[in-house]
Design a protein around this ligand. Structure first.
Ligand SMILES: [Zn+2]
Length: 597
């Protein structure tokens, strides 16, 4: 019998039950940005009083009309989603040639804004519509003599159409919210390295074709309550682009912070609780991996920030904050063009010897070396009647405290930059994805025999369940220096190129973000040939008679490992693997690392 008890609670019951903690009332100068109801270009969101956000087709229709009326805004299809929707980008540029090539060669800085990668977190789209309207029809257009702006209003277009009132329980509006993952249930903001999704492939193609100078990825948080409404995060100086991190810290952060404060917003660094449900144990600045947009931007030498608007702030406040943030970002780019270009050039020309693979997470058990002023919200911890455990109650009242601040202070793991990599021709998928990243390579026109380091992956450990659709793997890496033949069509990937660090992080098997560890090479872990027991047994006898060393190792292993000594199959396998009949390619990662001479 099927029990239908849950049906008793209708969706209506849920939508009438207020689950969010109290909010502080807010008003700010940025409310003056809202269009007059009589303005024919009022956005659907403004029209609804910031209760609703328009659907995919309403958004695209509205933007198409705006582009047409403006005379200079242009829409371009950058890709197609798994469900067949076009992913669009608005190009706001006064360049005569506003094609991808024209923008890439423009002497103005180009700002690229990515909205709705998690499509329930849609503030960027609604703010962009308002801003584009004002760029089209007001004196704000003047800023476009100094910067180009590219806006992807909805990246996760399929997720955006899986819309409903229950998709983002931790977020205050709009009433209709999209879904986090795409139609294939993949989180696009974990896909920047593996490039499994059409959506991220489309974005990376924009990076390659338009060569933007600043990248913003706009989200909404989950989690704790605090006073900040617009928070931002970026890779620090320990990442791949220290000169860019310096530029962001020195010019970008003060610029946007001032602008936001003047318009009535509370900007701050994007931070998490060090541990527990509140901030009493301190604040943690967590290191980011390059499978996230801002980590990837850092790895490419592209200045980039992660924007996380605070989910407990009302939709209107968040959208207006995003508008101000976008406008202030344009102003910083316009005013700091030379310093920005210099920092990018410095990073793209540098060829560091040590390439960081991950930062060392701060030790939360040690006293924090730094402290930070935090604009928080009062909370209490109560005992729950339901669980008997503790539950936090956010009280909606502001409190400011100085708190311990934990952040990465050192690189946790790095590798030496090799001269390059040889990728064998049979690794078609890897070659194709390297190209999609924009990594330059040379194709061998004939067979090549070269000295390379190959890696044997011993004791592989697979993730017990798939992560982002992939069974990740790592293991002990045994390097073997060998002369290896790479067939015609194999590719040479030099690390002496602007995306050299990206090539290393994708191809060095020690990298947690490598194709190997993402599970692209899982076929190397399957033995494919075997030898009958009645053949190995006499062979083993012969091997022992001919090698006193092998005999000594065999006796030692039996003594030390009773399970081995009592397992005839394991014993025969041990001999087989040391015989010339064993598969020399078993556990061998086939990408060769060319070590510097
Ligand atoms: Zn998000």
């Amino acid at each position: 019998m099927i029990f239908w008890g849950l049906v008793l609670f209708s969706n209506r019951t849920f939508s009438q039950f207020p689950i969010l903690p109290p909010t502080q009332s807010w008003s700010g100068i940025s409310e003056s940005l809202i269009a007059d109801p009589k303005n024919p270009w009022i956005t659907p969101t403004e029209m609804s009083g910031f209760k609703q956000t328009p659907s995919y087709s309403e958004t695209m229709d509205w933007l198409q009309k705006l582009c047409k009326a403006s005379g200079f805004l242009k829409m371009s299809v950058i890709g197609k989603s798994p469900e067949g929707r076009e992913i669009m980008m608005v190009i706001a540029s006064l360049e005569k040639d506003n094609s991808a090539k024209g923008i890439a060669q423009s002497k103005k800085p180009t700002l690229l804004v990515q909205c709705g990668i998690h499509s329930g977190e849609i503030d960027g789209k609604d703010a962009s519509m308002m801003l584009l309207r004002d760029l089209a029809f007001s004196s704000k257009k003047a800023i476009l003599t100094k910067v180009n702006v590219l806006i992807v209003p909805i990246l996760n277009v399929d997720g955006h159409e899986r819309s409903g009132p229950f998709n983002r329980p931790n977020q205050r509006g709009p009433e209709n919210m999209g879904w986090r993952t795409n139609a294939q249930n993949l989180n696009l903001n974990r896909d920047y390295m593996k490039l499994d999704t059409k959506e991220i492939q489309a974005m990376v193609e924009v990076f390659n074709q338009y060569d933007p100078d600043f990248f913003m990825d706009i989200h909404v948080t989950d989690g704790a309550d605090f006073q900040y409404d617009v928070t931002y995060g970026f890779m620090g100086k320990l990442g791949h682009s220290p000169a860019i991190a310096n530029w962001i810290e020195r010019f970008y952060v003060p610029g946007i912070e001032n602008g936001l404060k003047q318009m009535g917003h509370i900007p701050g660094l994007f931070l998490n609780q060090a541990s527990g449900p509140d901030f009493s144990k301190g604040i943690l600045d967590e290191p980011t991996s390059p499978n996230f947009s801002n980590g990837y931007a850092d790895l490419r030498g592209l200045p980039g920030v992660l924007i996380e608007n605070h989910s407990l702030k009302p939709f209107k406040q968040r959208v207006l904050g995003t508008y101000v943030l976008l406008e202030e970002s344009m102003k910083v780019l316009a005013n700091q063009k030379t310093t920005l270009f210099d920092s990018i050039q410095k990073v793209r020309k540098s060829r560091e010897i040590e390439i960081p693979l991950m930062l060392k997470s701060p030790d939360l058990n040690q006293p924090a070396p730094d402290s930070i002023m935090h604009l928080g919200i009062v909370s209490t911890i109560e005992k729950s009647d339901i669980t008997n455990g503790e539950v936090i109650r956010w009280q909606g009242k502001p409190e400011s405290r100085k708190l311990p601040f934990f952040r990465p202070k050192a690189v946790g793991k790095s590798v030496v930059r090799p001269e390059g990599f040889w990728v064998p021709v049979h690794c078609e998928e890897i070659i194709s994805r390297l190209k999609k990243h924009g990594i330059q390579m040379e194709v061998a026109l004939e067979d090549k025999e070269v000295l390379v380091e190959l890696s044997r992956i011993k004791n592989p450990k697979f993730s017990p369940r798939p992560y982002e659709g992939r069974f990740q793997v790592n293991g002990e890496i045994i390097a073997e220096l060998v002369k290896r033949k790479f067939r015609k069509g194999s590719v040479w990937v030099s690390t002496n190129q602007p995306l050299g660090n990206l090539a290393v992080v994708l191809l060095n098997p020690r990298s947690p973000e490598s194709f190997l560890q993402w599970g692209f090479f899982n076929t190397i872990f399957q033995p494919t040939e075997y030898m009958e027991a009645y053949l190995i047994e006499p062979l083993a006898k012969n091997m022992l008679n001919n090698s006193p060393d092998l005999r000594a190792r065999f006796e030692k292993k039996k003594q030390e490992e009773p399970a081995f000594a009592n397992n005839p199959g394991a014993i025969l396998d041990w001999f087989y693997k040391q015989s010339p009949y064993a598969d020399s390619e078993y556990l061998l990662y086939p990408v060769g690392i060319a070590i510097n001479p």
